[in-house]
Structure formats: structure tokens, C-alpha cells
Design a protein around this ligand. Structure first.
Ligand code: ARG
Length: 400
């Protein structure tokens, strides 16, 4: 493959640092680097410096935090986005935005290729490749770790040979972070029976060391997304950051599960997702108060489709937009307050209220003045159970 100019998604880690030099050498190409701030708490100045030292022709930096929240996290909240009931899709939501910005920079500098550091064994390669190609089918996509089978040892040797200034902090884990969560894989976690050691966690205080008193919080939603904390309006980014801090210090936000990757592998995944678990729990609760049983049932099915599309790299699939249109239409009434209680790793919704509530005290109350006409229940049960009662009597006669 021949390429002239390549834009590389640069995290500052070992893989992508080696790739700057590797691509220059193997393809005799010019390498531009791009780093996005998605809330991963890195030192972006240091990253930029490293990119330049290794030989980036030009480094691009984009603070994409608020775009990430508004265009990716908010739809995920409205869709109650969870993969296999456990994973709030944090990494999966970040990838299409990175891919989109890669394409933008490629157009700006007139590049004919983009590059990313994914291996050939995960979901991220699928998300990058498909999103880039959906946006610009002319662009080539290089994935040197996959395409050249680069391993950690090979990379370290290569970095030494060229005297590359790689980052000292070499973790035994493979980590991806953004505002919506921190994904941790590999190393000691590859034994699915062994409990994650304490060095896995950075965002969440282990529940046994969390405060001995509960902490309460009221989260206000407007049309399906959180807008205020304890009555105080927050901008979307600081809202998510604050929730990560509050839930995290109370030991809330840990996920440890066996996940089915699109490429067939079952893997052990550990996540720190304090804000995500909190917002999704509260959002689901408020939906139960404001949506009808029929809306909830169909929405739940579509949520599962939505989550799979996103997990499986199809952010740009038109079906995702159609589902979003349905979901947005349901969210117009999902406004109100949810009271949450955090205590030593436990999160509980302890109250909810909404101007659009479908909860009717005069119907549900056990008190005598209830408006619910119990006599109507008799006829209702008669009709509702008709076929079941008939089938049981017909069939028991037939078999008896
Ligand atoms: N299994 C998750 C996903 O596919 C997380 C991937 C994390 N990536 C990483 N480089 N550690 O979305």
C-alpha cells in the first residue's frame, strides 16, 4: 500500500508513539497526529511535545468534551445504553467521534490515509474503520498494530532502537478513558476468577473504604437528560465530572463482567463508570414514572438494538438515527427530579417527581377514598383470563 500523508489518532501511549516513526519508515509517509480530549485526564501538552519529538509533521488537539457529551453521551442516556445489560458503552461512544475528527483533519491537510492503534482482536478497530469509511470511502485506514502484528516487546525494542521518548508510566493494563467511563483489560484481569487488584481502580473508592455515612443527591432531568445537581444548573461536561466524583467516592460505579466482543472473543472487562451508572439508574426510574407501559415496552426493545449497533461499530448506521428519532419523541415528557442515595458501593433511587408523572395517587392509594372502581376489576378479569381458563379446561378434558 502506498500512502503520502497519514493522520494518526495519537494517545501518547507506547503503541501510537511507535506508530509515528513506524509509519514514516515503512510507508515513507508524512505523519500528522491528532489527540482529542474526551475527558481522559491526560497531560495534553506533554502528549503534544512527545508527538513532535518523535516526528509528527503537525500536531492537532481538539477539546471535544462538550461535543462528546451532547452528541454521544446524551443520546446514550436517552437510550439507556447498556451492552449486555452491564456496560454503558463508554469506549464504544468515544470511537466514532475520534474517527470523525480524524477524517476532518485528513481533509484539512490533504491526507490520503488515517491510522489508529487498535489491535485486530477488539471492537475498536471495527468502530474506527467503519466510521472513517462511512464518512470518506476514499481514505485508507492503517492499523499498524493489527496489520504488522506489533507486540509490546517489538514496540519496546523499536522505541529503543530509535531512541523514542516513550511515556514512563507503563501500566500492566490496557486502559481507555473518557468522561463516560474507564475501561480496563488484560494483565492479571485475564484470569476471570481472580478479583481485580486495587491498582485497577482509579475513579472509584473501593466500597469498604467509602464513607460510613450515606450521601444524597437530587438529579434534575429535562427531556431525558440531566441538567441540574441539587437544584443547581450545570453545564453538561461539569455535570458528568461531578457525578463521577460523587458516585466514585461512595464506591459506586464498578462493573466486572464477561463480555462478548463482535469478533467472537469472550473477554473479562472491568469498568469504572460512576456517572454512567448513576445517570442511567435515575433516568430509567424517571421514565417509569412518565412513560406508559406500552412506550416502555417498545422502547426497551429498541434500546437493545441501539446499544448493539453502537457497541458493534455501527454508529453511522441509518437505523440508529431512526431509533433516535423515536427515542427523542418519547423523551419530551421525561423531566423531573430523582433523589439518589449513595452508600458504600450501593446506589438507590429513593424518590422521584415529575410534572408529567403518570402516577395517580387517587388510583393507587390503599386508602378508602381511592377513585379506582374495584367492581370493574371483576369484569376485566373475566375477559382477560377467558382464553387461559378455556384452554385449561378443554385441554385437561382432552388429555384426561
Ligand atoms: N470492551 C470495551 C469495548 O469494546 C472496552 C475496550 C477498551 N479498549 C481498550 N483499549 N482497553 O468497548
Amino acid at each position: 500500500m502506498s500512502v503520502g500523508k497519514v493522520v494518526l489518532a495519537y494517545s501518547g501511549g507506547l503503541d501510537t508513539s511507535v506508530m509515528i516513526k513506524w509509519i514514516q519508515e515503512k510507508y515513507s509517509a508524512e505523519v500528522y497526529t491528532l489527540t482529542l480530549d474526551l475527558g481522559q485526564r491526560d497531560d495534553f501538552r506533554e502528549i503534544e511535545e512527545r508527538a513532535r519529538k518523535i516526528g509528527s509533521k503537525e500536531h492537532f488537539f481538539v477539546d471535544a468534551k462538550s461535543e462528546f457529551v451532547e452528541r454521544f453521551i446524551f443520546p446514550a442516556i436517552k437510550a439507556n445504553g447498556f451492552y449486555e445489560g452491564k456496560y454503558p458503552l463508554s469506549t464504544a461512544l468515544g470511537r466514532p467521534l475520534i474517527a470523525e475528527k480524524l477524517v476532518d483533519v485528513a481533509h484539512k491537510v490533504g491526507a490520503d490515509a488515517v491510522a489508529h492503534g487498535s489491535t485486530g482482536k477488539g471492537n475498536d478497530q471495527v468502530r474506527f474503520d467503519i466510521t472513517v469509511r462511512a464518512l470518506d470511502p476514499e481514505l485508507k485506514v492503517l492499523a499498524p498494530v493489527r496489520d504488522w502484528g506489533l507486540s509490546r516487546d517489538v514496540e519496546l525494542e523499536y522505541a529503543k532502537k530509535w531512541g523514542l521518548p516513550i511515556s514512563e508510566s507503563r501500566s500492566k493494563y490496557s486502559i481507555d478513558q473518557n468522561l463516560w467511563g474507564r475501561s480496563v483489560e488484560s494483565g492479571p484481569l485475564e484470569d476471570p476468577f481472580s478479583e481485580p487488584e486495587d491498582d485497577v481502580y482509579e475513579w472509584v473508592t473501593p466500597p469498604e473504604r467509602a464513607p460510613d455515612r450515606p450521601e444524597y443527591l437530587t438529579l434534575t432531568f429535562k427531556e431525558g437528560v440531566p441538567v441540574a445537581l441539587d437544584g443547581e444548573r450545570r453545564d453538561p461536561v461539569s455535570m458528568i465530572q461531578a457525578l463521577n466524583a460523587i458516585a466514585g467516592r461512595n464506591g459506586v460505579g464498578l462493573v466486572d463482567h464477561i463480555e462478548d466482543r463482535l469478533v467472537g472473543i469472550k473477554s473479562r472487562e472491568v469498568y469504572e463508570v460512576p456517572a454512567a451508572l448513576t445517570v442511567l439508574e435515575a433516568h430509567r426510574d424517571l421514565e417509569k414514572m412518565t412513560l406508559t407501559v406500552h412506550e416502555l415496552a417498545v422502547k426497551a426493545e429498541l434500546e437493545d438494538v441501539w446499544s448493539r449497533l453502537v457497541y458493534n461499530g455501527l454508529w453511522l448506521e441509518p437505523l440508529r438515527r431512526h431509533i433516535d428519532a423515536f427515542i427523542d419523541s418519547t423523551q419530551r415528557v421525561v423531566s423531573g427530579d430523582v433523589r439518589l442515595k449513595f452508600y458504600k458501593g450501593h446506589l438507590q433511587v429513593v424518590g422521584r417527581r415529575s410534572p408529567n408523572s403518570l402516577y395517580r395517587l387517587e388510583m393507587s392509594t390503599y386508602a378508602r377514598e381511592s377513585k379506582f372502581n374495584q367492581q370493574l376489576a371483576v369484569g376485566f378479569i373475566e375477559l382477560w383470563g377467558m382464553q387461559t381458563i378455556t384452554a385449561n379446561s378443554v385441554r385437561s378434558r382432552a388429555s384426561g
